[in-house]
Design a protein around this ligand. Structure first.
Ligand SMILES: Cc1cc2nc3c(=O)[nH]c(=O)nc-3n(C[C@H](O)[C@H](O)[C@H](O)COP(=O)(O)O)c2cc1C
Length: 184
């Protein structure tokens, strides 16, 4: 299974990027995870949506070709970061590459609530008609106090969090396979 991770932070030492890399390594025998960068995407602009830059075309192509999308986001001001919303806006126009795309969500923050408000907004956005992603029910991954659960290299040192991620990965794969067999 080919999964792309779309990470809502573009900073170099991002905990959410480190989480994506941790998942890529830990579950490499379960699925192939490619981490996409939203840094190169220009601001969404309806004037150029029919003739977007190469960065947009390449990004959309990778999402379209993937079997599933893993969204990994921090929380900014009780919502998702603008860079992530911008990426979704591009994905939601002209070729609507997220429609029906199996998706799951995770998020990490240093605060205690672990991105619960950002993820609530993200779920609403993914439900919009132009977006229309197919979301894994339940299995909500809110990693609060991430700086106490991850070392500098990005390894998760908090065993209950690792166990929970193992469970969510199992559940995602089961759900994905069920969706595939239903659509045959
Ligand atoms: C502009 C801005 C707004 C933020 N707002 C929130 C917030 O609403 N809730 C929260 O838990 N953390 C908030 N934070 C803290 C981020 O969750 C924290 O910086 C986190 O490490 C960012 O994710 P990253 O490490 O992947 O870049 C905010 C940070 C920034 C820069």
């Amino acid at each position: 299974m080919k999964v792309v991770a779309i990470v809502g932070s573009i900073r170099k030492e991002s905990y959410n990027l480190k989480l994506a890399k941790y998942i890529q390594e830990r579950y490499k025998d379960r699925f192939d995870l490619e981490i996409l960068s939203v840094r190169e995407l220009p601001h969404y602009d309806q004037d150029i949506e029919m003739n977007p830059s190469e960065a947009v075309t390449a990004f959309k192509g990778k999402v379209a070709a993937a079997d599933a999308v893993l969204w990994i986001t921090p929380e900014y001001n009780y919502s998702i970061p603008g860079v992530l919303k911008n990426a979704i806006d591009w994905l939601s126009r002209v070729e609507k590459v997220l429609i029906g795309k199996p998706s799951w969500i995770m998020g990490a923050t240093m605060g205690t609530l672990g991105t619960v408000r950002a993820q609530q907004h993200l779920r609403d956005i993914l439900f919009c008609p132009g977006v229309g992603a197919s979301l894994l029910p339940g299995n909500e991954v809110y990693i609060g106090a991430v700086h106490e659960k991850m070392d500098e290299a990005g390894k998760i040192t908090h065993e209950p969090t690792v166990k929970f991620l193992d469970l969510v990965v199992d559940n995602f794969i089961k759900w994905f396979e069920q969706q595939q067999s239903l659509s045959k």
